[in-house]
Design a protein around this ligand. Structure first.
Ligand code: NCD
Length: 316
């Protein structure tokens, strides 16, 4: 099992071998997580610090659980109450924590690129838990594991990513990962919610939802990221649901055995019909959450192996 990196900052620097290494180990952690005693010593003696500068339910909980199940000492910082509020910069906070010798630093930040910058200043492994609109690598990895387990493979599949692509780090990381693994990716949504440099992604773009879903294996829905919008990107939520909300009629254009995904948090009746989201024959939304814990365990385990293999870098 080989993972070549010393951080997990995004999907962009990963090779297909790195991706497969994480997914293969995550499969083993899925088995561990289904046992009565969910414990391993893979991270015993190591310290994991979680710094979430943006709201999170699933990602923060699953990183915390992942670390605890692997025996790490885990601390989640309450960033609302931290010295950032007193004017300390992100880098100063990071350097302060670095002086306490963490081994793994998990960071979510509203600014694209903030996590990469931080990784240059500390001498431990950094995992990006979502930075602005840039990347959310563990989400793309957990989506990949969910797809691989449901479809039996992770290549030559046709996958539609639908909705607010422009503001979504989930979409960006998924486009990169699914492309590296040689799948066909379609982006479906209104032109106002498509990124401007769409041409460079090697994807097909559809404005019509029914055409975009025709014969796909996977339908991945996204939330309207209102917190990242500075103006009117859609006429109204009702109109949006009418044109782009996933309901049974639109889903009927996809393959009969197509799976439905959503990273959460989900807005029922805005981007997805509640009945589709709860349909255990089509929706894998709960499996995605389960895979999230296993993927984060695998990523931290592989990073810890690399940490142990190399002597710590001395910072200038
Ligand atoms: C996503 C995120 O934070 O980027 N959520 C998540 O991590 N499960 C998607 C979103 O917020 O819509």
């Amino acid at each position: 099992m080989s993972y070549s990196q010393s951080h997990l900052l995004g999907i962009e620097p990963l090779s297909p071998t790195d991706i497969t290494a994480i997914l293969d180990l995550a499969d083993q952690y899925v088995d561990l997580n289904r046992r009565d005693i969910k414990h391993s010593d893979a991270l015993a003696g190591l310290t994991q610090i979680n710094m979430f500068f943006e709201n999170s339910t699933r990602t923060q909980a699953s990183f915390e659980l992942a670390g605890k199940r692997l025996g790490a000492d885990v601390m989640s910082m309450a960033m609302q109450a931290s010295s950032i509020k007193k004017g300390e910069t992100l880098i100063d906070t990071a350097l302060t924590l670095n002086a306490m010798h963490p081994d793994l630093l998990v960071v979510r930040h509203p600014h694209s690129g903030a996590v990469d910058l931080l990784a240059q200043k500390v001498n431990c492994a950094v995992l990006n838990a979502g930075d602005g609109r840039h990347e959310h690598p563990t989400q793309a990895l957990l989506d990949a594991l969910t797809i691989r387990r449901a479809k039996g493979r992770l290549h030559r599949l046709s996958i539609a990513i639908c909705g607010d692509i422009a503001h979504s780090r989930v979409a960006r990381s998924n486009i990169l990962l699914l492309g590296k693994m040689e799948n066909r990716v379609r982006l479906v949504g209104p032109p106002t919610l498509m990124p401007s440099q769409i041409g460079q992604f090697g994807v097909e773009v559809y404005e019509d939802m029914r055409e975009g879903l025709r014969d796909v294996d996977v339908v991945m829905m996204l939330r309207l990221q209102r917190e990242r919008m500075d103006g009117g990107f859609i006429p109204s939520e009702r109109e949006y649901y009418h044109r782009y909300g996933l309901d049974a009629e639109k889903l009927s254009y996809a393959k009969e055995d197509a799976i439905v995904m959503h990273p959460g948090p989900m807005n029922r009746g805005v981007e997805i019909d509640g009945e589709i989201a709860d349909d255990i024959n089509r929706s894998v939304i709960q499996e995605q959450v389960e895979m999230g814990v296993a993927v984060r365990m695998a990523a931290m385990d592989l990073l810890a192996r690399n940490l142990r293999a190399k002597p710590a870098e001395v910072m200038a």
